[in-house]
Design a protein around this ligand. Structure first.
Ligand code: SF4
Ligand code: SF4
Length: 90
């Protein structure tokens, strides 16, 4: 069964921890290792998710679990302090 990322907008505090811990985001933007999330205008690509107006927003959920990244991961779900980041089966 496929799993799908979901963010509960009512629970998200906009803390960015999920963004910084995601291994695919880190491949896209190595500056995340230093805790820096550059603005869109300073990046060539775009992250899987980004905090917009204080709430985490999925921009490219298709990057997660795509054919080039064949591994199990739920780091974003595990680190989320409010339970906003979820992985649901569809
Ligand atoms: S499940 Fe892993 S790869 Fe997918 S968005 Fe979350 S941290 Fe990134
Ligand atoms: S989804 Fe969770 S970890 Fe990510 S910004 Fe929102 S509260 Fe923080």
């Amino acid at each position: 069964m496929m799993k799908k990322l979901k963010i509960d907008r009512d629970k998200c505090s906009g803390c960015c921890q999920c963004i910084l811990v995601c291994p695919i985001n880190l491949q896209i933007e190595p500056r995340l290792k230093e805790g820096i999330i550059p603005p869109r205008s300073k990046m060539k690509g775009e992250l899987i998710m980004r905090v917009i107006n204080g709430i985490n927003t999925l921009l490219h959920p298709e990057y997660c679990y795509n054919k080039d990244f064949d591994f199990e991961c739920d780091r974003c779900v595990q680190i989320c302090p409010t339970g906003a980041f979820q992985m649901v089966e569809e």
